[in-house]
Design a protein around this ligand. Sequence first.
Ligand code: AMP
Length: 357
Amino acid sequence: MTVIGPGATIGILGGGQLGRMLAIAAARLGYRCHIFAPEAESPAGDVSAALTRAGYDDVDALRHFAAAVDVVTLEFENVPVAAIKQLAALKPVRPGARALQVTQDRLAEKDFARGLALDTAPYRAVENEAELKAALAALGTPAILKTRRLGYDGKGQVRIATADMAKAALREIGGTSNILEGVVAFDFELSIVAARGLDGSFCAFEAVRNRHEHGILRESRVPSAAARSTIEAAIDAAQHMAEALDYVGVFAVEFFVLKDGRIAVNEMAPRVHNSGHWTIDACRTDQFEQHIRAVCGLPLGPTDRHSDVVMENLLGEEIDAWRRLVAEPAAKLHLYGKSEARPGRKMGHVTRLSPRT
Ligand code: AMP
């Protein structure tokens, strides 16, 4: 196992806030980061040693990027698998193509979870109106029609209250590669953020209780107040998924927790995750440092938590409250340096700590 030591350059695909917080953590350990992203604005590029602005299909730019870095990782899971494969022929890419292939496609992801004997929402693949009608007859309503690919933060989803909405829902979502999910009557949502090291070691952060609004994460809190058996089942499921993918790095699995304490996998993110931002302020090793450690082949750090914590996202114009928040003694403010506060856009987050209970 080759350790990639401090002084090396870590290539990160994606230029958003997750890349920014990875680059900050990498810098603390003496690494340089080189960001590769197509967008003009780059919260990650702003704090990194180098930035390549190019599309993920630009094979020349990818080749130059690979030559300039020692290891490649990502902060955005929808990088085309072809780009990952091209890079992997030149430099280690962690996590690898298989993790992306599974998690980029909601159908493949659910099949994967079921293949490991984990529960999920009931689902059916849907390519056309006839299949949607059959799926609605099988799963009942309410249900959610989702695009198989490229959905995030509630985008690419349509709720279907009654079967006669089928045609309109298909029109609204557009495209043909979809999945219908039965609505899970969950008690609450829980996520496990965890890391798997290059040597196969596994380490989970404490389970997180999440609240979403309009499909976007609003708030995360720890401790989660979930039953011990629920937390153990969720951590076991996360470990099982990571091992089946031979995963390296930090990842998150989001679960629905049912009234009786059982869990259903919602989705897996092959990257650091919004529901792990609280670890920056409340843990000995945070998720970003942990990811850098994992992809560089360093030992995973201790993840114990010293405080109770609530993390709240600052969406869109909520960032305008920064003057009040920065003056609030119990609040730790994190801003991502984005210039335009579009509705629902993640502009920053605030964590509030209290003594550990
Ligand atoms: P997703 O992007 O699929 O994770 O969906 C975002 C949020 O929408 C989830 O965190 C849930 O709050 C809600 N949601 C998605 N799918 C379902 C489902 N099958 N049943 C109930 N709620 C869901």
